[in-house]
Design a protein around this ligand. Structure first.
Ligand code: FAD
Ligand code: SF4
Ligand code: SF4
Length: 397
């Protein structure tokens, strides 16, 4: 890596203070001499002040990468087709809608890769029918269970051979464990948890948009100097493309996991006993907030959810209070959901909660405070005590 740093050109600084307001990390102050001064401990080299300064008085140099690549060697879009314990996941199909869109704009091919135990190629035609042009499958009995180290080695080998310019996968538990490991392994950039993707058709730069700074802004991130550009996309953000009978190629890709030194052997995968947690797949979610009041009161939410055939979600406040386990948490640091109906019970609607559920088709809010921000995004709202409203609703059901 080259020299990295940021400094103020004192002769050009007028002390106007624009940079102080622009810095999201509170890393700049105007010193006694009326000159901007940067606290290097706090500075993240985000560059916001460099762009904001009207007098070009701040200079920044980021380290150059030691990896030199020829971007012209890379083409095609690759998606990771996640298979869990032999079953193709829904997020694998969602990646194809994002990938197809980018591939068509760029006038290139859409590849998809399956990794799993023997017989995993049975999913290849489904991927083709949902938009893939070529499906690579990597099959071995030791790859039946997801293994981050082995899967990452297999993908490294594939990526080095086919050289896609973009590689995308779901921001599921598997995608979040696997793709950063791969990105580090092949020394490229990764943008996690995107909610939108586009491509600059001229340069091939992927425009990777995701919420930043607590969901208060949407940041579009580029990986201009490295290939492939890797991104994970939140489940349920992209639609599943329509299935049509299509032609495509199915290719076996050889990978032998046996010589690799690994830190763990996965003998068995056990599905969590918490059977109601499948928030990604649920069409209706009843979600509990601090307004529920106590762990005992959660029984009302469980009953309501059962009556509706719904999964149970929760705000972080409820998870932090120990009323329900973390896998139920919806939001920025929990799961992103987009069911047909999301019922927020006693949830204020903080931005960090909203980013995880605002793509739901219908949002119903039950809250005693008519000013609660959840009502800003609710399709229907009940103002009042949830302990009275939910039993009334259950009677009607
Ligand atoms: P509160 O904000 O306390 O709201 C409770 C609501 O219940 C109030 O609106 C009140 O009017 C209502 N109420 C009270 N009694 C009743 C009643 N009897 N009947 C009806 N309504 C009633 N939060 C998440 O949810 N998910 C995340 O992933 C997440 N990630 C975060 C990440 C970061 C970095 C940070 C800083 C915060 C994060 N948060 C997250 C926390 C978030 O900011 C809020 O604090 C949290 O969502 C609040 O939860 P709540 O709405 O249940 O509680
Ligand atoms: Fe100085 Fe530029 Fe900051 Fe103004 S914005 S205080 S000129 S560094
Ligand atoms: Fe603040 Fe970013 Fe400028 Fe550093 S680079 S001083 S963090 S605005």
């Amino acid at each position: 890596m080259g020299v990295t740093g940021i400094w103020v050109i004192e002769e050009q600084c007028t002390g106007c203070g624009v940079c102080v307001d622009a810095c999201p990390f509170d890393a700049i102050r105007i010193n006694e001499e009326g000159i901007a001064e940067i606290d290097e401990e706090k500075c993240t080299l985000c560059g916001a002040c460099v762009d904001a300064c009207p007098f070009d008085a701040i200079e920044m140099k980021r380290g150059e990468s030691s990896v030199e690549i020829n971007k012209g060697d890379y083409s095609g879009i690759l998606t990771f087709a996640e298979v869990n314990e032999g079953e193709l996941s829904k997020v694998a199909l969602e990646m194809l809608s994002a990938g197809r869109d980018i591939a068509d704009k760029r006038g290139t091919k859409l590849y998809s890769v399956l990794i799993g135990g023997e017989g995993v190629e049975k999913h290849a035609k489904t991927l083709i029918n949902h938009g893939a042009d070529t499906v690579y499958y990597i099959e071995h009995k030791d790859l039946f269970h997801f293994h981050d180290e082995l899967y990452s080695e297999a993908l490294k080998k594939l990526v080095e051979e086919i050289k896609p310019e973009v590689f995308i996968g779901g921001a599921s538990a598997v995608g979040r464990a696997l793709l950063p490991r791969l990105a580090a392994n092949i020394q490229t950039g990764l943008t996690a948890d995107c909610t939108e993707l586009d491509i600059d058709t001229e340069t091939g730069n992927l425009l990777q948009t995701r919420p930043a700074f607590g969901g208060n802004i949407m940041a579009t991130i580029l990986t201009p100097n490295h290939r492939p550009q890797i991104a994970t996309i939140r489940p349920r953000v992209m639609p599943v493309p329509e299935e049509k009978d299509r032609d495509g190629e199915i290719k076996r890709f050889e990978f032998d996991p046996t010589p690799y030194k690994i830190s763990k052997i996965i003998k068995e995968a056990v599905i969590l006993g918490d059977e109601e947690v499948n928030l990604h797949e649920a069409e209706v979610i009843v979600s509990a907030g601090r307004g529920v009041g106590s762990k005992e009161n959660m029984n009302l939410i469980y009953e309501f959810a059962k009556k509706l055939g719904a999964a149970v979600g929760a705000s972080r406040a409820v998870v932090d209070a120990g009323w329900i386990s973390y896998p139920h948490q919806v939001g920025q640091t929990g799961t992103t959901v987009a069911p047909k109906i999301y019922i927020a019970c006693g949830i204020s609607g903080a931005i960090q909660h909203q980013v995880g559920m605002r793509s739901s088709d219908i949002i119903i809010a039950i809250n005693s405070d008519p000013e609660a921000p959840i009502f800003d995004i609710a399709t229907y709202g009940f103002v009042g005590d949830l302990h009275k409203i939910i039993p009334e609703l259950m009677k009607k059901l």
